[in-house]
Ligand binder design. Structure first.
Ligand SMILES: [Zn+2]
Length: 152
């Protein structure tokens, strides 16, 4: 619904959660997707929270109260147990689980300086993007841990 929610979706993907960011669908469609995929619905829409399917507990939904994506992440982190093992296991573009790759397999695909310094690689089976835990990864990790504070 707004770009801030898109940011939250990106954080959740970084944490390894299967995240679907949906814009422009009506409440009924959203609820149908949630039930069908057994997803937890994160929403800023108080009307959805009042629907019987939610109040009865059939569809798990969380009302996101904050506008700031960092506060949103904190709120979500309080509610779901963040699994350290899951972190950075999903493609940030496609939401697909990454596949570990050996150094040899990625030699032609990553910059030389990366190849020299990194030994662990992951590839997205859909967009073929290669991920490694370089400085960018470390920065994101630090930022995320700081955001979630003592909850982690
Ligand atoms: Zn991808």
């Amino acid at each position: 619904m707004d770009t801030n929610a898109g940011k939250l979706a990106r954080w959740l993907k970084m944490l390894g959660y299967d995240t679907l960011f949906i814009n422009d669908v009506d409440d009924n469609e959203l609820i149908a997707i949630g039930l069908n995929d057994k997803r937890v619905l994160l929403t800023k829409d108080t009307q959805i929270m009042l629907q019987r399917v939610v109040t009865s507990g059939r569809l798990k939904a969380v009302l996101i109260e904050d506008d700031n994506p960092k506060d949103q992440l904190r709120q979500v982190a309080r509610m779901i147990k963040i699994d350290q093992e899951r972190k950075f296991t999903r493609c940030l573009e496609c939401n697909k689980l990454l596949v570990p790759k050996s150094k040899d397999e990625v030699q032609e695909l990553v910059p030389a300086y990366v190849f020299k310094t990194q030994s662990q690689y992951f590839q997205c089976p859909v967009c073929q993007r290669i991920y490694w835990r370089g400085t960018h990864w470390q920065r994101m990790n630090k930022e995320m841990e700081a955001l979630m504070g003592a909850e982690v």
